[in-house]
Design a protein around this ligand. Structure first.
Ligand SMILES: [Cu+2]
Length: 123
């Protein structure tokens, strides 16, 4: 009885692991390894505003503006992701996300959503 319960649990675990979030916050991109694509926040814009990356790539935004900025993912594969609204990034600081699932990830800067928009296309 005990053995069959354990077997049932082990059979379920790999499925749970396979369903990772479509996006993950990466605290230390250099330590995480893998491809990193850089986006610079400057003059109230994302440069480049549109980038295309392979799935599994880390995108790192660095703020060079005096004003605090953020990255809020809107819809697409990130729809419903509870961390879609990123924290405000001060000048000189960075924020990084790893994109696991293919698709189009549109994003805005929450306080400046009219002017500041970007898109990450994940292949
Ligand atoms: Cu902004």
């Amino acid at each position: 009885m005990r053995v069959s319960l354990l077997a049932a649990c082990l059979a379920v675990v790999p499925l749970a692991v396979a369903h990772a979030d479509p996006v993950e916050i990466v605290g230390d991109p250099a330590a995480a390894g893998g491809e990193i694509t850089n986006v610079t926040i400057k003059d109230k814009g994302y440069g480049p505003a549109a980038v295309t990356v392979k799935h599994g790539t880390i995108v790192r935004w660095k703020n060079e503006d005096e004003t605090a900025r953020n990255v809020q993912l809107r819809g697409g594969p990130a729809k419903g992701w509870d961390k879609a609204q990123g924290p405000l990034i001060a000048k000189g600081e960075a924020y990084a996300l790893k994109f696991n699932d293919p698709g189009s990830y549109k994003y805005i800067c929450t306080p400046h959503s009219i002017a500041m928009k970007g898109e990450i296309t994940v292949e």
